[in-house]
Design a protein around this ligand. Structure first.
Ligand code: RUB
Length: 320
């Protein structure tokens, strides 16, 4: 992730710049967005001019509010922001004799423990995911998910002979990133235009995609095009999995909240469309649980209906 200092000649500080990078997809994928959110909290603490503990706590709460909504379809970011800032605020409230400097140091040091938790978690997902990959066969994926590439690279490292078909993923072509990453790791890779995936599905062994959000019903919200892929997989009797760390679960969906689907700038699709042409550019779509064989999580592969129970336990335990 890029770091940045206060930009000369503009009002943009490094936290604003990082949030803009997240919005502009310079930081891409739910995991990386969540990590960048933690970075933004750390920078808020480092750059804080708060003179009292109350001011520091208030700055953290305000920063959390801004960061949480920078990309609306990202419960991992929201879950991590809640947890990290709750920890920071409870440190501030629970250590009456500590100086502001000491408190800031504690909050900043916590990042290391937190990131370690994230690394352990993705290593476990990769381990469980690699186990269910075919020993030899074709796996289809969509967009760029760091979690899916971790699984495929682990499978390859374990000696599985896997050919991967990546959808190019219009309009921002994140599939190219996946293809480049996997080819570099030595896997056999084909990039196809999105709708060209149909002809590969007939000989595919499984589909694995990432996850931006998972609901209590077990439905998946991921890059637009995922739901069509799931249906094509079902028509061809191909198993469909999503690699989703448990922090992708949205606890608000237990009360019936629906995931907001981010609508992106129409210019991503067509810079200057002719008059009278309307552009639709949703970033994500929803895939019903009935199309999903399982979620590959850090606790193992779980059926969609069971995910929320396992995820609530993980959220209660925390990342550290
Ligand atoms: C990325 C996307 C990815 C998930 C999972 O969308 O849909 O499949 O975020 O990624 P965008 P990861 O490019 O709009 O961010 O497994 O890395 O969390």
């Amino acid at each position: 992730m890029k770091t940045g200092n206060r930009k000369r000649g503009t009002d943009m500080n490094r936290v604003d710049k990082l949030l803009k990078d997240i919005k502009d997809l310079k930081v891409q994928g739910a995991r990386n967005v969540a990590k960048a959110g933690i970075r933004a909290i750390i920078w808020t603490v480092e750059d804080s001019k708060a003179k009292t503990k109350g001011q520091l706590a208030e700055e953290l709460r305000r920063a959390r509010g801004r960061i949480m909504h920078v990309r609306p379809t990202e419960p991992m970011l929201r879950n991590m922001m809640r947890e990290y800032v709750d920890f920071a605020v409870s440190e501030i409230a629970g250590r009456p004799t500590a100086s502001i400097g000491d408190l800031k140091r504690r909050i900043i040091q916590d990042e290391e423990k937190y990131m370690l938790g994230m690394e352990k978690s993705i290593a476990n997902v990769a381990e469980f995911g690699a186990m269910i990959l075919p020993d030899r066969g074709t796996v289809v994926t969509h967009c760029h998910s760091s979690t899916v590439t971790a699984i495929l690279r682990k499978g390859h490292a374990d000696g599985k002979k896997i050919s991967v078909v990546c959808c190019e993923t219009r309009p921002r072509f994140q599939g190219r990133m996946t293809a480049a990453n996997l080819a570099k790791a030595g896997l056999d890779v084909t990039l196809t235009v999105d709708m060209g995936v149909n002809r590969f599905m007939k000989k595919a062994d499984m589909v694995v995609v990432g996850a931006d959000a998972v609901t209590t019903m077990g439905d998946l919200i991921n890059k637009v095009g995922t739901s069509a892929l799931a249906r094509i997989a079902r028509m061809n009797d191909v198993s469909f999995y999503s690699a989703a760390e448990l922090y992708k679960y949205d606890p608000l969906s237990i009360y019936g909240a629906r995931e907001t689907i981010e609508e992106r700038d129409p210019k991503e699709v067509w810079e200057k469309p002719p008059k009278g042409v309307k552009i639709s550019n949703p970033a994500f779509d929803a895939t019903a649980a009935r199309y999903i064989n399982g979620y590959i999580t850090e606790m193992g592969v779980v059926p969609p209906q069971a995910l929320w129970g396992v995820a609530m336990k993980k959220l209660a335990e925390g990342m550290r």
